[in-house]
Design a protein around this ligand. Structure first.
Ligand code: 5AD
Ligand code: FES
Length: 354
């Protein structure tokens, strides 16, 4: 590690901000040594805010029907080989029941962009969950919707919304998505969600096709200014039935390097160690936590649909029961000296004065 890189890391740790050019340089001059120093600072500041707690969120994949055709995604509309499914309201509630008994206090309802899950349908489901479990947070991850729709869902009781920005570079965005999709609309959605009072999550894939140190620097600058409550990042992994089938996966090293940087940019951020990270390496999720992540999202979907929600090849946890996933994650976190916590797990901005 050069003196220059060391000084960039020191500056990031002290000021939580770098220029675009500095982010770019930090990304381009990554090394084992730089990664170790970033992780050390990231873990230190996360410990100060969250101790050794790792928050657990129950992920319910409510359907894989999607009107979009994102080039990287296994459930894109053009993939005719996918067996499409939609969970019924009853099935979703059963997942929540099971999760509640296992101790989960946050449910993430994730699915493709599907008109079947209209405002009326979604509001009914959200109200049901909140009525039954008023002590739980409901997080939605249902893609781009209108302001009015986001407002209705909020009013029905939704607390949080995850919508990865995917890349903060418009030209890059257009290489990952068909012409019908718009970078500006995606960014607008994030702003509207925040305006409506949601806790908001953004994020991007590491190693997606056409990504450069330049586009990554823009992602980091965006995160610095937007200050998301959550930031989901995981490696890109090719899916055999997409145009990106022959591309390379993102790496464990680069994902962990970026996790540490994001922790230092905005210390209170909720940072998941993702299933995709666990898919590219057997200890991927442990490495993510040791780099500064503090959230894991075990799968609560019915085992019968898990293989069908395949965004990328070889996704893990598709054969396990929910309880098995929870036990497995508990053991994994304990093995590295962390405790899983199933409570609501809100962002702790109050412990951070920056
Ligand atoms: N590899 C990794 N992550 C993917 N996602 C979609 N397709 C892939 C893939 N092939 C991510 C996107 C999306 C989130 C739900 O999953 O970032 O926002
Ligand atoms: Fe699902 Fe390990 S977390 S099996």
């Amino acid at each position: 590690m050069t003196e220059k890189v060391k000084s960039l890391i020191e500056k990031l740790n002290a000021e939580h901000s770098l220029t675009l050019a500095e982010y770019r340089e930090l990304i381009e001059s990554s090394s084992e040594e730089a990664a170790a120093l970033l992780a050390e600072y990231a873990v230190k500041v996360r410990k100060k805010i969250y101790g050794n707690a790792v928050f657990v969120r129950g992920l319910i994949e409510i359907g894989n029907v999607c009107k979009n055709d994102c080039l990287y995604c296994g459930i894109r509309r053009s993939n005719r080989t996918v067996k499409r499914y939609r969970l019924t309201r009853e099935q979703i509630l059963e997942c929540a029941d099971e999760g509640y008994l296992l101790g989960f206090r946050t449910f993430v309802l994730q699915g493709g962009e599907d008109a079947y899950f209209s405002d009326e349908t979604m509001c009914g489901i959200i109200r049901d969950i909140k009525k039954r479990y008023p002590d739980c947070a409901v997080t939605l991850s249902l893609g781009e919707r209108s302001f009015d729709s986001y407002r209705a869902l909020k009013k029905a009781g939704a607390d949080r919304y995850l919508l990865r920005h995917e890349t903060a570079d418009k030209a890059h965005y257009e290489k990952l998505h068909p012409p019908k999709m718009s970078f500006d609309n995606r960014m607008k959605c994030l702003v509207e969600l925040r305006e409506l009072g949601y806790r908001v999550g953004c994020g991007f894939m590491v190693g997606s096709p056409f990504q450069t140190s330049e586009t990554l620097a823009e992602d980091l600058k965006f995160i610095e200014s937007f200050k998301p409550d959550m930031c989901g990042i995981g490696p890109f992994i090719p899916h055999r039935e997409t145009p990106f089938r022959d591309e390379l996966s993102g790496t464990l090293e680069q994902t962990c390097y970026l996790l540490s940087i994001i922790r230092l940019i905005y210390p209170p951020v909720l940072l998941p160690s993702t299933t995709a990270l666990g898919t590219i390496h057997p200890q991927g999720r442990e490495c993510g936590i040791l780099s500064g992540a503090n959230v894991v999202m075990p799968n609560l979907s019915p085992v019968s649909v898990r293989k069908k929600y395949e965004l990328y090849d070889n996704k893990i946890c598709t054969g396990e029961e929910s309880a098995q996933c929870l036990d497995c994650l508990n053991a994994r976190m304990n093995s590295i000296g962390y405790e899983t916590v199933v409570d609501i797990g809100d962002i702790r901005k109050e412990n951070y004065n920056g």
